[in-house]
Design a protein around this ligand. Structure first.
Ligand code: AP5
Ligand code: ZN
Length: 215
């Protein structure tokens, strides 16, 4: 299956991506995670991306597209993948369509996680990420410990771009640049909306139900 997850910052894309990708045995390709790994590794790509990420702006398309092109060329992505955080605007979506057509394939489905702004701000304010395995949790909604990872016991950290003013800016960037993707994919007959409110497991169930026809 070739699947894209779209939705505002904090909709739960990363959270659902970890479960959906593992249920379907496909690689999860998250552009945000790849950028953050480059930032912590101090690479040239990381230095460039950090400046944009700290402001809550999109990293320039040519940089992001080259990175995704390389990742999609890897062996594990040949029979399917889940893209989380890419495409992020209509030009990226058009390049992705062309890239996949050149490889003789195309997307099966685009899942839109639907949630309102108020919930997004609540979710991002309490988000914690594991520095060791990348597992995503929440201080309020997850009843386990707030300082160490439930999965691997690694230390948890709060993302630099989850400060309130940066979150607000990321929501504006989403409305301006990413929301038009929803009508783009609707016109391509690829879009399926999923209610992303309620417990994580219920959202996963609704997502898997929507994906059933493509499995
Ligand atoms: P990226 O990492 O993609 O960030 P984002 O899209 O803003 O999305 P988030 O990761 O913030 O949220 P999410 O939807 O994954 O939510 P999560 O599952 O964590 O991008 C970061 C930056 O990288 C961008 O700003 C940009 O600079 C750059 N970038 C990335 N891709 C790019 C591209 N294609 N082009 C250009 N630049 C790009 O959940 C949030 C919280 O809610 C967690 O704490 C979680 O535990 C909790 N939660 C999740 N689901 C539920 C639920 N059902 N109930 C209660 N809590 C829940
Ligand atoms: Zn962990």
């Amino acid at each position: 299956m070739r699947l894209v997850l779209v939705g505002p910052p904090g909709a739960g894309k990363g959270t659902q991506a970890q479960f959906i990708a593992s249920n379907l045995s496909i690689p999860k390709i998250s552009t945000g995670d790849i950028f953050r790994a480059n930032v912590s590794g101090g690479t040239e790509l990381g230095k460039l991306a950090k400046e944009y990420m700290d402001r809550g702006d999109l990293v320039p398309d040519e940089v992001t597209i080259a990175m995704v092109r390389n990742r999609l060329a890897e062996k594990d992505a040949q029979d399917g993948f889940l893209l989380d955080g890419f495409p992020r605007n209509v030009p990226q979506a058009e390049v992705l369509k062309k890239m996949l057509a050149e490889m003789g394939s195309g997307l099966d489905i685009v899942l839109e996680l639907v949630v309102d702004d108020e919930e997004v701000v609540r979710r991002l304010a309490g988000r914690r990420t594991c520095a060791q395995c990348g597992h995503i949790s929440h201080v309020e909604f997850d009843d386990k410990r707030d300082d160490i990872c439930d999965v691997c016991g690694g230390p948890l950290f709060q993302r630099d771009d989850d400060k309130e003013e940066t979150v607000r800016h990321r929501l504006e960037v989403y409305a301006r640049q990413t929301a038009p993707l929803v009508s783009f994919y609707a016109s391509e007959n690829l879009l399926v909306g999923v209610d992303a409110t309620g417990p994580v497991e219920e959202v996963t169930q609704r997502s898997m139900e929507a994906l059933k026809p493509f499995i």
